[in-house]
Design a protein around this ligand. Sequence first.
Ligand code: G6P
Ligand code: MG
Length: 219
Amino acid sequence: MIAACIFDFDGVVVDTADYHYLSWKRLAAQLGFEFTEKQNEAMKGISRMDSLDVVLEIGDIKVSHKEKLKMAHVKNEWYKEYLQSVDSSVILPGVVNFLEELTAEGIPYALGSASRNAKFVMSKIGIESGFAAVFDGNDTVKSKPDPEVFLKAAAALNQEPKDVLVFEDSYKGIVAAKDGGFLACGVGEKDILHNADFTIQTFENFNLNELRFMLAQVQ
Ligand code: G6P
Ligand code: MG
């Protein structure tokens, strides 16, 4: 069995990935081009500024660093607008049950997210208390696919990466987990997250027994 878990936030614990997408789509529309859901796949897990670079490249737009900072700020203001009415209904199905199971089993868990808004959203939806440690985009210098955020979380949990399972919905997040020496469970499409040790579609109908079974195949 594993000694601890680390959860990514957007797209794993909460369904806020769509709000990020809508905000980037709005920025692209303002700049005069379309930003599709397929293109958005590359944005999952990466920092705000890295995401902006992806959008600008799609639109073939070149602007100064100062202009970029303004655009990232505007996108974040829209994102926060969407978050205003956010409540526990954004927690993805099955997540709370699974966290409760971990607690009952004495397996600690931490958060490892690229988002600078993760702590704010956590406080709004009241999910903070069970997490032994929370690391987000404010605590790191390098963003995924660099493993920094997961390594910091593992250190806070006093665990070696090899004994820790990371749950991630982004390809780059799985790269970060694997490069850091962690076990990685992809949350989402197997085709996209093919670099994970194993994948689950959602936390719905997922439990510790199921996890034991999955781990037995890879450990
Ligand atoms: C998460 C999301 C990304 C987002 C990043 C930064 O990892 O998957 O899509 O760009 O966080 O979020 P922030 O809230 O700091 O803009
Ligand atoms: Mg994510």
